[in-house]
Design a binder for this molecule. Structure first.
Ligand SMILES: Nc1nc2c(ncn2[C@@H]2O[C@H](COP(=O)(O)OP(=O)(O)O)[C@@H](O)[C@H]2O)c(=O)[nH]1
Ligand SMILES: [Mg+2]
Length: 366
């Protein structure tokens, strides 16, 4: 994940900030040279009477300075350049920003960062860097640091799901997202995580719509050794979930994971179905599962589910095949909800906790 974004950001930093740095250094060096020369130029000429001038000439004949050795000269120049590098500052202005941002904007958009998120990045970054006086040699690291802060503010830090899961018993988690986004697989991965943390699990096969969905979940239940509550295809998904909760209560189970269908005859039907499941099960957590690679499509789905039933957190799947990664930057900004995990493969262990730090590292910003 983020392979492409990371590489592009890296070359962007290098190229643009080097350009600005060199240009500003040239300007500043010119200024410094001028400052060094000007005071001498500006010494007012004193008019002496001609005879006095002659006398002075006699007393102090023009000193012939030996030519400085070229090596010595070069050494002095190097030192001067170093001193200049250390102290010359550039105030970042509109023109710098205008040169910096368009390429960054393109990189972000190309890598699936949503348009309005890119606009926010622009405003936030501008606010942070404009008018700031930065040592010219440190422009690159300064802008990188500021972009890191912007990304960090855009991402939402996830909560600890294991800690939360112990708050209620049974702790009810409802999953939704479109067909094929990875809900069933993610539920199995999470079940494994809970089992590893000594929490017992019941699965609810509430996708009664899609062919083979019940068998798929049943296979996972068997492999993991957990209970599954299922009805027939076409049964009421809310009723299945209700039975699973009843089972968990009577068997003293810790967690109920409710699988759902990702497609109905219409989008409105699907949302209505989800609303009903929410009403009946009163879940502690509603998780939207979406494919990282689908970019703007995923964000559209996310908005529909979020406005329809309200989500608490997101899991992005197939991050292993997503080189762009921009979706992960957009989710938090659009919903204000955190991404909890990234699905990074098809094995039960291919579920990676999402943290800001990890993302910043993957982007080469930390
Ligand atoms: N590479 C990869 N494949 C995944 C991941 N999560 C799910 N899948 C695959 O995506 C397909 C659809 O997954 P499924 O759980 O059935 O999606 P559902 O329709 O939302 O329940 C399956 O072939 C899964 O193995 C992931 O994180 N990485
Ligand atoms: Mg499924």
């Amino acid at each position: 994940m983020f392979k492409s974004l990371k590489e592009k950001l890296k070359s962007w930093f290098k190229k643009t900030t080097e350009e600005i740095k060199n240009e500003e250094k040239e300007k500043a060096e010119h200024k410094v040279d001028k400052i060094l020369i000007e005071p001498i130029d500006k010494i007012p000429e004193i008019e002496l009477p001609p005879e006095k001038e002659k006398l002075i000439e006699k007393l102090a004949p023009e000193e012939v300075q030996p030519e400085e050795k070229t090596e010595e000269k070069a050494g002095k120049k190097g030192l001067l350049a170093k001193v200049k590098d250390k102290f010359i500052k550039t105030e970042i202005n509109e023109s710098h920003f205008g040169r910096l941002f368009p390429e960054l904007e393109e990189i972000l958009l190309e890598n699936n960062v949503a348009f309005n998120v890119v606009s926010s990045v622009k405003e936030m970054l501008k606010e942070k860097i404009m008018g700031k006086s930065v040592k010219t040699n440190e422009i690159s690291s300064f802008i990188k640091e500021q972009l890191k802060e912007v990304v960090s503010e855009i991402l939402v830090e996830p909560f600890d799901i294991l800690k939360r899961a112990k708050e209620n018993k049974p702790y009810i988690i409802l999953f939704f997202g479109i067909n094929g986004s990875g809900k069933t697989t993610t539920i199995a991965k999470l079940a494994k995580l809970f089992l590893n943390n000594k929490l017992s699990v019941v699965l609810a096969a509430s996708d009664t719509f899609r062919a083979a969905s019940i068998e798929q979940l049943a296979q996972h239940a068997q492999k993991l050794g957990v209970a599954i509550i299922k009805h027939d295809y076409g049964a009421d998904p809310a009723a299945v979930a209700f039975d699973a909760i009843k089972h968990a209560k009577s068997h003293n189970k810790d967690i109920v994971l409710i699988d759902t269908a990702g497609r109905m005859h219409t989008k409105e039907n699907l949302i209505r179905e989800m609303e009903k499941i929410v009403r009946v099960t009163k879940p502690d957590l509603k998780i939207f599962v979406g494919e990282s690679i689908t970019g703007s499509d995923l964000l559209e789905q996310l908005k529909i589910f979020h406005s329809g039933v309200g989500i608490d957190a997101v899991i992005l799947t197939k991050a292993d095949v997503d080189e762009k990664g921009g979706t992960a930057l957009s989710v938090g900004h659009i919903t204000g909800k955190p991404i909890l995990f990234l699905g990074i493969g098809q094995k039960y262990t291919d579920l990676e906790p999402f943290t800001k730090k990890k993302i910043l590292e993957s982007l080469g910003l930390d």
